[in-house]
Every structure is written in C-alpha cells, then in structure tokens.
Design a protein around this ligand. Structure first.
Ligand code: IVH
Length: 668
C-alpha cells in the first residue's frame, strides 16, 4: 500500500513541478488555478498522512520552517563580480575596441541582455536539488538566504533528471541571476504598507532587497519575488562555447531566463537593440536600468579575464536616468482613503524623459527628515517606470528654506490628525473627511472592487464637492438627471454610468467586503472572509475569536475589522447598501446561468489591461470555465501579446480566437 502512496506522491510532485514551470517560468499555464490547487492539496494531504515521505524538495515545502535568527555568512565559490558602466555610445565603442584589440579580432559577437534592476544571487544545486541561495554581499562573501529563495515560485527546487543532460548530468552546478520584484507586486506591497502605517519602499529594487533580508520566509513568500538567471558554472567552470547557448541551456533546464536577450552579430545590431529597449522599457512589468553587453564566445572570457572588480568581457550600458533638477514650490499633505497624510512636493514644472512633472511624492515624514528637504530647495527628482516621481535628494538648499511640518488639523476637513504609536503615518481621524471620501469612492468603484467603469477622479470630485454623495452607498441613489448635469457628462454617459452602478450591485460578496475599504482587508482576505462567513451580516456580528478562526486572519486584521464595524457611520453605510440591494450573501453555483454558461475558454499571452487572474474571474463570474489547454471542446481562445503555442493549436483545431476587447463584448 505504501508503495502506491509513494508512487502517487512522486507523480503529483512531477505534475506540480511541471505546472509551476508552465505558470511561473513560461507564463503559459496549461491548467486553471483551481486544478493546480487541487493537485497541491492532494499532495499536502498525502504528506500530512505520511510525514515520513515528505522531502525538502517537495513543492509543498517552499515556505517552511521557523523564522531565521540571522543568515549565515558564506564564501562564494568564485567572486561575484560587478560590471563597469558605460553611459554613451562612445564609451561603448571604446569597450568594443578594447575587446577587439585584446583578442586580436576584427569583429566580435555580443549577447545583449536587459539589465534587470534587482539584486544578484547565486544558487547551487546538488544532485539536481536546490542546496544554497547566497546573496552577492561584498562579492567575496554573501549571506545564505536559501529559505527565502525557496519561496520564489519560478526558482525550481529540483531539476528533473532528464533536464540535466544539457550539463552532462553534473552532480553540482551553480547558477547566478537577478532577483526582482515586478511593478504590480511592488505596488501591492506598498499599498499594504501604507495601510499598515509602515514606511513604503522607494522602488522595486529596494523592495526586493528588503524582502530578501526578511527573517520570516512566510513574509518573503507574500512578496511574490521573481528571478531571472544569466550565468552557469559547472564544477566551478563556465561552459566553453557561446554565452547565448548557455542561456538557452539554462532555459532548457527549467530556469527562468529573460526572453528579451539577443545575439548581436555586429556593433550596429547591438546599438539597435539598445535603442529598441530604451523606448520599450516601460512596457515591461519590471524595471531595467540599462543593457548588459557580453562577449558571446566564452573562450574569449578566459582570454580577456577580469580586473579586480569586473570582467573585461562584459559591460553595462546605462540608460540616462530619468532625472531632473527643479525647485520645490510647496509641500502639502495629501489625504488618502484610510486618512493617511502623505507629504507631496509641488514642483516648478520640469520635463523628465518626455513627461512634464509638477509633483513628487515624499512618502512620509521620516523620508522628509531623511532628505532634509525644505520649501524653496532645489531638488533632484526621478521618474522610474510608471510610479509617481520621487525626490532623490536636495541639490541646493534654499538659504531661506521653509520647513514642512505635518499639520495638526486635516488640510481638507479640519479634523484632528493623529500618529499612532509605532506607526510612521499620520492620519486624519474624521471618517467623513471629503478627501478620504473621494479616495474611498475611487477605491470602492475600482476594478478589483465593485468595478464601476467610468467612475474617475474628476467625476468623484464633483460628486463630493456638490454634496451629491456622502458615502459609498449614496452612489446607488444617483439619478441620470443628476449625473447629466455634471461637467464632462452627457446624456449618454450619464445613462451608461447609471447602468454600470446598477450592474455593480451583482458583485460577489467577496468584492463588496473588499470594497468597504477596511484596513488590511485586501482582495484575498475579502474572499476568505466571504468564504468563511457566507454573509456580510454574519461577518458583522463576528467576535474577535470568530474572526481569528478565519484562515490568514491574525489579531491585526481582526482588530481592524472590529474597529471598522464599531464606527456607527460604517454600520449605517452597510445598512444603506443592503437597502440598495447589494449582494450580502455568498452566491454559489451561479454558473449555470450567466452569459458564458457552458462555454470553455483558454487564455494565452499578455492581455493589454486585464491580468490573467482578472480575466479568468470575469469569465467565471459570467458562468464560463477557464481551462489550461486547447482542445476541440474549447469555445474561445483569448489571445494577448506574445501568445504561446496555444494559439497555434487553436488555429490548427479551428477554435475561435478573440482578443481582450472581444472577451469584454461577450461578457457585457
Ligand atoms: S552579469 C560578471 N547580467 O547588474 C557578471 N548582471 O552592475 C556580472 N544585473 O551585479 C553579472 N541584469 O546584479 C548580469 N543580465 C544581467 C544583469 C546583471 C542585472 C546586475 C547584477 C550585477 C549588476 C552589475
């Protein structure tokens, strides 16, 4: 009997490894999240029943063990070098000339890679199993953060034996690469930190580095880090041949290798690659700060050698920083949804990388103090990706610079401003503060919450300023006439909006709970609460003990929920929402109805606005089903950019393909 269990466990692990690879490495899953969770749960159950069969490389063991006390120091097998930087085409030409002279060749082939903005990490595998993950440290010695690296879903815990033949089944090998945080993951962490009154991370790189230093692997797992590999050494040696082939080999072994690498056969091809990515970099969902140029022929790596700090066979081409200097005209406190006051600098408008910037965030008072910035100072500002510009440093203090003090009263409503013990953030305590209300309405109507299309900030400003809306529930009594009288609104858009608002009443309980804007209650917690209590009334009556019984709800979240419900205003809003006819009960098995009832969908590629999860949810809410692979039973394949092999399959089977807009048409 135990033989069959062992077999089932081995099979499940292999399946799960395969699907983790499809999902996290290739971004091209073959099965739905639901099916994946089912496999994982089955494996977990078997391992609980037979703990003696649990192994550290099992997919269930990504987040394991107790928080570390500290990270042991480890010496690298070979130094982790850094790269020389070049900032202009001329400097890059100098590099190329030096390489050609040193090798005595006319022409050199280069591999261009994106320079990922994260932290470098070395991983060693022994008998195909991840044994160590070590940070760069000072280049000679790093910290062993293996428990944290294991939480990165795209890092394989084990390489299947059949994939090891590309390195001749070596017993031991080392790979190196960059750990990054994507922009969506970064925004999510910062939103959570803001809600918790914790200092926000300045950029994704700091967030990734800060996360890797976390002692509790459960926290690291929540951060959704990712890792791209760009280096391989087998038995301490770089495989001799071509770097481009090494990257392909890493990909074959199941590692995530950045797909935007390019073999450039001439210097001009390299320049074209560099230029191409300077304009395309914003389309990535992670940040890059340049291009890494490497000699393709790794035999030449040995010939060229290294200096004390960096190899002579590679160089970084840094894109010009999107920075500018300008003057701080004013600093004010901006009030957010949870009442948090964020200091914002009003700037003399300045152009940064093609965009005019007139505001920059200062994050919080700790940051204002760290920068020492005063009104009137000349500062360096920086725009990175899509995030709002930030102040990097003061370049010239004004002789008569005025210090910014956090106001004692809310600048919008005059309510008291408090700073709770142990929190960085200052908060306006007035729940009826119009600024808080505006932010809350935007949040309530947001796509992840009630999904009321057309409820933008200009509209929300008018609704609040004209006294038409005093809380989220008031949205449901707005009439077409009231809306049509607002600026930038016509009859048609007013009618559409009323319909959108009406439609949002059908949103599931989980979304409604999320939309209420309770501190710490994000989408996932909203779902867990809805699943656990099944109705808003049961949630509203729950005691602290009952709340703590909910999966993933700890004292902090329970307290926030109780605090929210203790406020009469909030209870009144909930009553109004009930009267308006929103979904207070968890609906189940609604699937047989719905516009897409009985229809099967497959998603492939990146959609322009929806994430894969969002699109799947949209389909499932309309009664459709999302599966991982295309078959004759598939009704539609939804195709985004960079589609996988599923598109070819759809074409060969004659399955209908649609894009995101087509999907939205079907649903609406
Ligand atoms: S190669 C000796 N490739 O940039 C080889 N590095 O400024 C050095 N980085 O420490 C690494 N993307 O953390 C390499 N595609 C890439 C990279 C990359 C980002 C980082 C890496 C390195 C730093 C040097």
């Amino acid at each position: 009997m135990s033989k069959t269990v062992e077999k089932e466990i081995a099979k499940l692990r292999e399946q799960i490894r395969h699907h983790e690879y499809r999902y996290y490495v290739l971004n091209d899953p073959e099965i739905s999240d639901y099916e994946f969770d089912r496999l994982m749960r089955r494996l977990q159950d078997l391992e609980t029943e037979h703990p003696e069969l649990r192994t550290p490389d099992s997919p269930t063991q990504r987040v394991g063990g107790q928080p570390a006390e500290e990270f042991p120091k480890v010496r690298h097998s070979a130094p982790m070098l850094s790269l020389d930087n070049t900032y202009s085409v001329d400097e890059l030409r100098d590099f190329d000339r030096r390489v050609r002279e040193l090798c005595g060749r006319e022409k050199i082939e280069y591999v261009g890679e994106l320079k990922l903005d994260g932290l470098s990490m070395a991983l060693t595998y022994e008998d195909g199993v991840l044994a160590h993950g070590v940070t760069r440290g000072d280049g000679t010695t790093g910290e062993d953060v293996t428990t944290n690296v294991r939480t990165i879903r795209s890092v394989p815990l084990r390489i299947d034996a059949k994939k090891l033949d590309v390195i001749a089944n070596a017993k031991r090998f080392e790979v190196r690469g960059e750990v990054i945080m994507t922009r969506p993951a970064f925004e999510k962490v910062n939103a959570q930190r803001e809600a918790a009154g914790e200092p926000k991370f300045a950029n994704p790189r700091n967030a990734a580095a800060g996360s890797m230093r976390q002692l509790d692997p459960r926290v690291v797992a929540e951060r959704r880090l990712d890792m791209f590999l760009y280096f391989l050494a087998v038995n301490g040696r770089v495989p001799l041949g071509e770097h481009g082939k090494t990257l392909d080999a890493l990909a074959k072994m199941g590692f995530k290798v950045n797909p935007h690498r390019r073999l450039c056969r001439s210097f001009d091809e390299l320049l074209a690659y560099i230029q191409e990515w300077e304009s395309k970099r914003d389309s990535l969902d992670y940040e890059i700060d340049g291009i890494v140029v490497k000699v393709n022929d790794t035999r030449l790596w040995e010939e060229l050698g290294t200096t004390a700090k960096s190899p002579r066979w590679a160089v970084a081409f840094k894109y010009p920083a999107r920075q500018a200097t300008t003057k701080v005209m004013d600093i004010r406190a901006q009030v957010g949804r949870t009442g948090t006051l964020t200091p914002v600098a009003d700037l003399e408008p300045v152009e940064v990388g093609g965009v005019t910037v007139s505001h920059a965030t200062l994050h919080n008072m700790d940051e204002v103090e760290r920068l020492g910035v005063k009104i009137g100072d000349t500062v360096l500002i920086q725009r990175a990706g899509e995030v709002i510009p930030q102040v990097v440093k003061v370049v010239k203090p004004a002789p008569d610079g005025r210090e910014f003090k956090m106001p004692k009263k809310c600048p919008v409503c005059g309510g008291d401003v408090h700073r709770s013990e142990g929190e960085v953030a200052y908060r306006c305590v007035n729940a009826a503060c119009p600024a808080r209300l505006k932010e809350l309405l935007l949040y309530f109507a947001g796509r992840r919450a009630m999904n009321i299309d057309g409820m933008g900030d200009k509209l929300v400003d008018q609704l609040v300023d004209k006294g038409l809306v005093h809380d989220a529930a008031d949205l449901y009594s707005l009439t077409q006439e009231q809306l049509a009288n607002l600026e930038r609104m016509g009859e048609r858009s007013a009618q559409n909006l009323v319909e959108e608002i009406e439609n949002s009443k059908k949103a599931e309980l989980a979304r409604l709970i999320f939309a209420l804007g309770i501190r710490f209650v994000g989408e996932r917690t909203g779902q867990l609460l809805a699943d656990h209590f099944g109705s808003l009334d049961k949630l509203a009556k729950a005691s602290e003990e009952e709340l703590l019984e909910v999966e993933e709800v700890g004292p902090r979240v329970a307290e926030a929920i109780l605090e929210f419900l203790a406020e009469k205003r909030n209870r009144d809003v909930i009553e109004k929402l009930r009267k308006a006819g929103l979904q207070f009960e968890q609906k189940k098995a609604r699937k047989a109805e719905g516009k897409l009832a009985g229809k099967q969908f497959v998603l492939t590629g990146t959609l322009p606005t929806y994430s894969r999860d969002e699109a799947a949810r949209l389909i499932e809410e309309a009664g459709g089903r999302v599966t991982g692979s295309v078959s004759k039973k598939t009704d539609y394949v939804v195709v985004g950019s960079d589609p996988g092999s599923k598109l070819d399959k759809a074409r060969s089977l004659g399955v209908k393909t649609i894009d995101e807009a087509g999907l939205l048409k079907l649903v609406k």
